[in-house]
Design a protein around this ligand. Structure first.
Ligand code: SF4
Length: 477
């Protein structure tokens, strides 16, 4: 503790993201930092963020004299001189234990400076953005609102309304950083698997057989079960649905039974069948889309609508492709035309996909282009829809030795479907990165290579859903 009763470790605006995600991560980031390399997708996001910042810098530079700050002292000098815009200013308040580097400090006629950040986000309502800008306001110690140059060109203002959130963040951070040990938390599959501290935390979760490692068991349920004396996966595996107490997020005999089987499956690798998998009759066409969330207006652009038709070999892959979002509408119309062709060719068509993303995307496109009453759209989304989400029979009928029930989790597992993608690195975020490289590439040969790689990945995705179908039919239907 310092004389001011604060942790000697400075709190930065960028700590907000980790704090929102996991309080243990905040502690580890500060006390046991690991040098984590950005993956391709996060590098792309970072590059786009820097491009946006550079565009804002150029825009401000057209209107005002801009000075780049190179140190804390230099920032103070520039502020005392009253220069119109300070780029990359550096602010520190040791008393409060805060440090921050706003993208821009903009002189205001009141004689004070307003902080401003360029953000790719389309909304200023994200808590992490509000905390970041709120910290800059604390460091500047004036009443002026902070500005956010959003990804769609809108300029948002954040004022006193964000103060309670900033107070909560700073108070919580100070308490966390003063802890001698990292705080105990529960496992979260979505957060932990992409966290740079996974190598530290995971062995600990596994050593104590933490119940939150199980798919479908919420951290809060694990807390309550521990209070009831059921603290490990082995203990849970020995329970029955009748003996297990009702706890938040784990109520009702069906959910409890599933959690107990999940514990047994995790311990011995066993697959449990809860019910017979009912798969629709007809001609199956497997369907998977690739979409780019990083468009200028953030409306997801489907650049690839991919299909696997009978007889389901590598040559049975068909697709609709568009080069960029300018062709978004024509790609959507080509997709609808393809649907009409399949409907004519296969009267009992089953359009099989994994998870709700494909159906939801068709709904969004219909809304985007005001085509909710289009005959093909009505058929695709109506009561007799050919769409069939294969995740439903998996979740309804099976308990698998997995922590996630995504397509790749199930298909790549050697004891389950055991289908391996040709390109081991590929994935949906990988595909977005390749597509953005494709867009930026000027060499035709390189463009063709990138397109071929993306098509190969999507082809493997639809072959995987076909393999999953066969696996379900042979073993569980
Ligand atoms: S691995 Fe999980 S528990 Fe550990 S710091 Fe990261 S998110 Fe938190």
């Amino acid at each position: 503790m310092t004389a001011g009763n604060f942790s000697p470790i400075l709190i930065k605006p960028s700590d907000a993201s980790a704090w929102m995600s996991c309080i243990r991560r905040v502690w580890l980031d500060k006390h046991q930092p690991v040098a984590a390399e950005l993956d391709g997708f996060n590098r792309l996001l970072s590059d786009l963020g820097l491009e946006h910042e550079a565009a804002m810098l150029a825009k401000l530079g057209d209107q005002y004299a801009v000075s780049k700050a190179v140190s804390l002292e230099h920032t103070q000098d520039l502020m005392q001189q009253g220069v119109p815009v300070i780029y990359q200013g550096r602010l520190l308040d040791e008393q409060q234990g805060l440090v921050g580097y706003p993208d821009f400090l903009i002189w205001h006629e009141s004689g004070h400076y307003q902080p401003a950040d360029a953000k790719l986000s389309l909304s200023e309502n994200k808590k992490s953005i509000q905390i970041q800008l709120g910290i800059y306001r604390r460091l500047l110690a004036n009443d002026l609102p902070a500005m956010v140059f959003l990804g769609n060109g809108r300029v948002a203002q954040l004022g006193d309304e964000i103060e309670p959130l900033v107070d909560e963040f700073i108070t919580s951070m100070r308490a966390l950083l003063d802890l001698p040990q990292p705080p105990a938390v529960r496992y979260s599959h979505s957060k932990c698997r992409i966290c740079p501290h996974e190598a530290v935390c995971r062995p600990e979760f596994e050593a104590r057989e933490d119940i939150s490692l199980l798919y479908g068991v919420h951290g809060k349920a694990a807390d309550h079960l521990a209070q009831a004396g059921i603290a490990t996966i082995s203990q849970l595996a020995r329970e029955s649905a009748e003996s297990l107490p009702d706890v938040p997020h784990l109520k009702g005999s069906k959910r409890k039974h599933r959690a107990i089987l999940q514990a047994r499956s995790m311990l011995n690798g066993e697959v449990f069948q809860l019910d017979k998998a009912v798969l629709p009759q007809g001609t199956w066409v497997h369907f998977d889309i690739e979409d780019n969330p990083l468009t200028p207006n953030r409306e997801r652009h489907v650049y690839l609508w991919g299909f696997l038709v009978p007889p389901y070999d590598r040559e049975s892959f068909e697709y609709v492709w568009t080069n960029d979002e300018a062709s978004d509408y024509s790609g959507w119309l080509s997709f609808l035309q393809k649907m009409d062709e399949y409907r004519a060719q296969y009267p009992a068509l089953v359009l099989a996909h994994y998870s709700n993303h494909e159906r939801a995307t068709i709904g969004k496109y219909a809304e985007r282009y005001g085509m909710g009453n289009h005959a093909t759209v009505k058929w695709l989304l109506g009561a007799d829809s050919p769409l069939f989400d294969m995740q439903n029979p998996v979740l309804d009928c099976l308990v698998l030795p997995l922590q996630g029930y995504g397509l790749k989790d199930i298909c790549k597992h050697p004891g389950l479907v055991n289908f391996q993608w040709e390109n081991e690195e590929s994935g949906s975020q990988w595909s977005v990165v390749q597509f953005n490289r494709f867009r930026a590439e000027t060499s035709l040969t390189e463009k063709q290579k990138l397109q071929a790689a993306i098509l190969g990945y999507n082809r493997d995705d639809v072959i995987a859903t076909r393999r999953l179908e066969v696996w379900l039919r042979e073993l569980f239907s």
